[in-house]
Design a protein around this ligand. Structure first.
Ligand SMILES: Cc1ncc(COP(=O)(O)O)c(C=O)c1O
Length: 417
């Protein structure tokens, strides 16, 4: 990994791009605009190959093959095959990952399965750092099973010490969606296992951005979004990971026909399939899976260590420039300075964060805002250039110097992303 030069200007950023081993990957995405897109942590860019793949699927496989394509075009196996492809970039094995449903639904399936299988009765989360859907789903699961007291939330720094003999499941967002801070997956998994608890990771802001290694961490369960750094498209399906030993212990609570051992014999009683297939419920979204698969293959080709290295450099550059040019405008860094403790995101706190982000979007730099005061910039390593970081910070500096963000039109709240 190359280190950043001592003095940085736009020309230095161009040189960093020229020497970037991943630079060709940007051409694999539709980037024909002048937009400085720093929101790949919300919705990734579209790969150029995706429309072509979908045209084939729609025209040939659906158009001509019709129902025969469930077998002839391999549609029925596509959630498993796409899962195996994702397994390669999150350090899981074949048959351990399935593409299915949304992250929210997968969280429900996995959390409910654990609570059903384990005699202990508590889900442990952080007070503020879990993505809200983690909390809502955990709350729903525990309520369904009997009592709100089964949910326990503690401050982030107390999470390890809070795991006790009553903890069935630790549910964590691996990379904090607000600050970009990363949990130590190995250490927390060890701490949970030492108390006999399981851990469920929400990898939505991790996969495709950093080098997740589930096996190396001894991870139990995980799920995450397909539409952020994985570039699968709006509403792309999620993936879920169940490690091989747990597959014979845990049961999918949403027992749909396609998770049955033999769906096409239409038996009246449910018999769960063996392996990861039992986590299927209903018919898979074939078009969306095809779109996701194109994008996952690009990440596989790039290699996750290379992507993590580039994300570390991009975020390092953003932080350097922000120290040099933005601190004077009252921005405070919310993201850890140590690259191993952050994802591919830089977040800056500012009391006028919301209108600042609106004014920045007006200058063709797309980031987003999260309450109460966080300006978020996702630096997706597959297609973000070092000059994008330069231009993004440069225009943010200009927004502050011009006072543009004080304009009336930027004050009222409309959803930004
Ligand atoms: C960390 C995290 N988890 C879950 C979700 C939501 O996932 P889904 O829409 O697939 O349910 C998001 C969406 O932004 C997220 O950031």
């Amino acid at each position: 990994m190359t280190t950043l030069p001592a003095t940085i200007d736009r020309a230095a950023c161009e040189r960093l791009d020229a020497g970037d081993p991943l630079r060709a990957f940007r051409d694999r995405f539709l980037c024909d605009d002048d937009l400085v897109y720093l929101d790949g942590n919300s919705l990734g860019r579209i790969p150029r190959e995706t429309p072509r793949r979908l045209a084939t699927l729609l025209g040939d496989e659906w158009g001509r093959g019709l129902v025969r394509s469930w077998t002839s075009a391999g549609w029925m196996e596509s959630p498993l095959r796409c899962g195996d492809a994702i397994a390669e970039i999150i350090g899981a094995g074949p048959g351990e990952v399935l593409v299915t449903d949304s992250t929210s639904v997968d969280l429900f399936k996995l959390a409910a399965a654990v609570m059903d299988a384990r005699p202990r009765r508590r889900v442990l989360l952080t007070e503020h750092e879990n993505f809200p859907t983690d909390r809502y789903i955990a709350g729903g699961v525990t309520e369904l099973l009997g009592a709100g007291r089964m949910l326990r939330s503690v401050p982030r720094q107390e999470i390890s010490a809070a795991i006790d003999d009553d903890t069935a499941l630790l549910l964590l967002t691996h990379v904090d969606f607000r600050t970009g801070e990363r949990f130590d997956m190995r250490a927390l998994t060890d701490a949970a296992h030492a108390k006999g608890a399981l851990v469920l990771w929400d990898l939505s802001h991790s996969t495709g951005a950093i080098n997740v290694d589930l096996h190396a961490a001894g991870a139990d369960l995980a799920t995450g979004c397909g539409y952020k750094y994985l570039n699968g498209g709006p509403g792309a399906p999620a993936y879920l990971f169940v490690n091989t030993p747990l597959q014979s212990e845990l049961r999918n609570p949403i027992r749909g026909w396609l998770g049955h051992e033999s769906p096409f014999t239409y038996e009246p009683e449910y018999r769960g399939a063996t392996g990861i297939r039992q986590w299927m419920s209903g018919s898979p979204p074939i078009i969306a899976i095809a779109s996701l698969r194109v994008a996952v293959d690009i990440a596989r080709e790039a290699g996750m260590q290379q992507l993590e290295d580039k994300a570390a450099q991009l975020t390092e550059l953003f932080i350097r420039l922000s120290d040099e040019r933005l601190a004077e405008h009252g921005f405070e860094l919310a993201t850890p300075r140590d690259a191993s403790r952050r994802g591919a995101q830089v977040s800056l706190r500012h009391p006028s964060g919301y209108p600042v982000v609106r004014a920045l979007i007006e200058r063709s730099v797309v980031g987003d805002f999260r309450d109460p005061d966080i300006c978020r910039f996702g630096l997706a390593p597959l297609y973000t250039r070092f000059v994008d970081v330069w231009d993004g910070v440069d225009r943010l500096d200009a927004v502050m110097r011009s006072g543009d963000f004080r304009r009336e039109e930027f004050q009222s709240r409309v959803p930004i992303t």
